[in-house]
Design a protein around this ligand. Structure first.
Ligand code: NAD
Length: 334
């Protein structure tokens, strides 16, 4: 796109948003949401979205571990971005996080430091950072809810959580010193269509949908699932999560805020739900694997007080996600 087009399409009437990580799962959906809300959007990532074209007005391929590239991402011929959404990260499910600690700790710190610093230098007034509830310690089933302030004293379960907590602190320090309004969402497990579903970075709901779909389409009697099925989790459908990001960005909240639903289930219940949706009941072989924390239970008072309520139950969201993943699996075997 030429500079002239940006001047016309990204004129004074439209808010301009930069979405980092827009080739990835959540940010791809966030771009859609921002377009619906009437924004001019530039996406940036090291790759294009895998499953459907971006709706961003402009998409730049840039490695945000480089300071110069963060500056390029933020550069506009006519003024500055109104909002930056920082969702770029080297990340994946427990399978990835459990071995990629060096990559997570270096790549993501570089992205997060350079992005917020460049945003300040570019005069961006509002900045969103995608954190995670991995900043909290491990929990046992039945423990009372953890509130946002319970992230301290800090004891995250893995390096990904430590990096998220550190990057929260970086963003908050820039907000204290400079004129930038920082919002931080601590995402809980997110799932939905167009998320990674194979290759080692997929998260539990996508992995389970894939395994059940393979069992159905290849007529297999058994699937393997990590752990013993007792770990307790909640799962947020991606459209609900991007609604929450939008609400948070338009609020007065200054501190990190949990984003997730109050519907908690065990991994076994998750598997049973997927099997019921698929109409296929393979035998489950529980095998050792990187399961992560034992349980989760978080306070969602703050995000609910902003008027957010999820529109999808886990089952509603899984029905949509399973159909999409079954379609992907079908393509690989036909
Ligand atoms: P994702 O992997 O689908 O998206 C992240 C994107 O960042 C990818 O497209 C990747 O290519 C891009 N990226 C990685 N390194 C980059 C670099 N050097 N330069 C530019 N782009 C780069 O992940 P997601 O699930 O969409 O997660 C988005 C954000 O939300 C991340 O910060 C993640 O840590 C956080 N989060 C996600 C979940 C979840 O359940 N998915 C839960 C908690 C927090």
């Amino acid at each position: 796109m030429k500079e002239k087009d940006i001047l016309i399409k990204g004129g004074d009437q439209m808010k301009r948003a930069l979405v980092c990580g827009a080739g990835g799962f959540i940010a791809h959906h966030l771009v859609r949401k921002l377009k619906k809300e009437g924004y001019w959007v530039r996406g940036v990532d090291i790759k294009y979205p895998e499953f459907s074209p971006t709706q961003a007005d402009e998409f730049l391929i840039l490695d945000l571990r480089e300071y110069e590239n963060c500056r390029k991402a933020l550069s506009l011929p006519n003024g500055r971005f109104d909002e930056v959404y920082q969702l770029a990260a080297d990340m994946g499910g427990m399978g990835f996080i459990s071995w990629a600690d060096c990559e997570v700790l270096t790549n993501n710190v570089l992205i997060n430091i350079y992005m917020v610093k460049s945003a300040v230098e570019a005069g961006v007034p509002k900045y969103f950072y995608s954190s995670s509830v991995c900043v909290y310690r491990n929990m046992k089933p039945g423990e009372p809810k953890l509130k946002e302030e319970d992230a301290y004293p800090a004891l995250p379960d893995n390096e990904y959580g430590w990096e998220k907590l550190y990057s929260e602190r970086v963003a908050l320090a820039f907000a204290r010193r400079y004129n930038i309004d920082v919002k931080i969402g601590r995402f809980e497990n997110c799932f939905g269509p167009e998320g990674t579903w194979r290759g080692g970075r997929e998260k539990a709901p996508a992995a389970i949908c894939r395994k059940v779909a393979e069992a159905k389409l290849k007529n297999l009697d058994e699937i393997e699932v990590w752990g013993d099925g007792t770990a307790v989790r909640n799962y947020t459908y991606v459209e609900d999560l991007v609604d929450a990001i939008f609400i948070l960005m338009n609020s007065d909240v200054k501190e990190p805020i949990n984003i997730g639903t109050d519907e908690y289930i065990t991994v076994k219940e998750l598997v049973d739900m997927v099997c019921e949706i698929a109409g296929k009941k393979p035998k489950i072989k529980w095998i050792p694997g990187p399961v992560g924390v034992l349980a989760r239970n978080f306070s969602h008072e703050k995000i609910k007080n902003l008027g957010w309520t999820p529109k999808h139950t886990i089952k509603d969201g899984l029905a949509i996600t399973y159909r999409w993943i079954e379609e992907q699996v079908r393509k690989t075997i036909s």
